[in-house]
Design a protein around this ligand. Structure first.
Ligand code: UD1
Length: 334
């Protein structure tokens, strides 16, 4: 019998890629998602991509704060573990609407933990974020680096009171190499790569580069970009680690360990897509750090996991997704 894993937020960007890797790895995946910032089409595409394993995926449209609905689900099926990816993640919006973020990200998680505990399911992989490192004084960031949540989104990601594996994602980019699933943000993208992608397909005129006076090689911000398929595989590695009886609560960085500047990313994307990305140079974006990249040694050693893909693959796969789905999961411009 295949082992059943509950994936919250499984219709979203990271969730959908994680669900696919789970299915291909022989797991059964049950997705709950409230489809606020995601599409059910992603679920259908994951099912197709998983081929013969596609029938091991089921989907429930549930808001995690709906405790009776979650109770019903846990009563109907025994889960080996939960991968909790659901959450709101726009930094700017979190500053404007902090209560919305605490309500969604914290209350949702508390309800989930209560229901898990009531049903004896005590294995959890939680998607945390490198945002908890704030503006790091020293890079690379190790799991012991001081935590400083500089915005409400960050604060909702730094709760570590349960026995779980916390995965601190750096900057997820790229898409499944098939081009059938990828990131599809609603509204104006906050993040660099989705924005570049929308410029490349003609949905936006130019990329605004936030900050050209950072102390980096070309003056633009440096981040640790990680291919979403590598990130998805990191969740499978974490699930396997949860079987190790010595694990209590552990934190792992999921990054590539390499820093890439905004302009380096733009150049690589232009090369992969053959499109020119017009740039508008602007001031720094409030709250942004200068240089953030991961120390990846702990994940390599303890999870036996390491990012396989680099900037060429991110850009190739991002462009493949973008050119096949210029309006994401929508057939045309809204
Ligand atoms: C932020 C969080 C990260 C979180 C992610 C969620 C921090 C430090 N990081 O990533 O943990 O998981 O959001 O979405 O809070 N840039 C531009 N123009 C743009 C957009 C971005 O120049 O239109 C630049 C930024 O200034 C930055 C880089 O591109 O230097 C990456 O920005 P972005 O993709 O938004 O990611 P982070 O801010 O690093």
């Amino acid at each position: 019998m295949s082992r059943s894993i509950l994936v919250t937020g499984g219709a979203g960007y990271i969730g959908s890629h994680t669900v696919l890797q789970l299915l291909l790895g022989g797991y059964k995946a049950v997705v709950v998602d409230k489809l606020d910032n995601s599409s059910e089409i992603a679920i259908k595409r994951v099912q197709e991509l998983a081929g013969e394993h596609g029938s091991n995926l089921t989907f429930h449209e549930i808001d995690l704060r709906d405790k009776p609905a979650l109770e019903k689900l846990f009563a109907s099926e025994k889960f080996e573990a939960v991968i909790h990816v659901a959450g709101l993640k726009a930094v700017g919006e979190s500053v404007k609407k902090p209560l919305l973020y605490y309500d969604n990200n914290l209350i949702g998680m508390i309800v989930l933990l209560e229901v898990m505990a009531a049903h004896g399911c005590k294995k959890l992989v939680f998607s945390s974020s490198a945002t908890v490192y704030g503006w790091p004084k020293v890079v690379p960031c190790t799991e012991e680096s001081p935590i400083s949540a500089t915005n409400p989104y960050g604060r909702t990601k730094s709760d570590s009171t349960w026995k779980i594996i916390l995965l601190r994602y750096f900057n997820p980019v790229g898409a499944h190499p098939s081009g059938h699933i990828g990131e599809d943000p609603r509204g104006i993208p906050n993040n660099l790569i989705p924005f570049i992608q929308q410029v490349a397909v003609g949905r936006r005129p130019a990329l605004t580069v936030y900050g050209t006076d950072y102390k980096t090689t070309d003056g633009t911000g440096v981040r640790d970009y990680i291919h979403v398929v590598d990130l998805a595989d990191g969740h499978i590695a974490a699930l396997k680690k949860l079987a190790d009886p010595s694990v209590g609560c552990e934190v792992y960085n999921l990054g590539s360990g390499k820093g890439t500047s905004v302009l380096e990313m733009v150049a690589a994307f232009e090369k992969a897509s053959g499109k020119k990305i017009p740039l508008v140079m602007a001031d720094r974006r409030p709250g942004d750090a200068e240089i953030v990249y991961a120390e990846t040694e702990k994940a390599e050693r303890e999870l036996n996991w390491k990012a396989k893909y680099g900037i060429q693959e991110f850009c190739r796969d991002q462009w493949n997704w973008a050119s096949k789905n210029p309006y994401g999961y929508e057939p045309q411009a809204p």
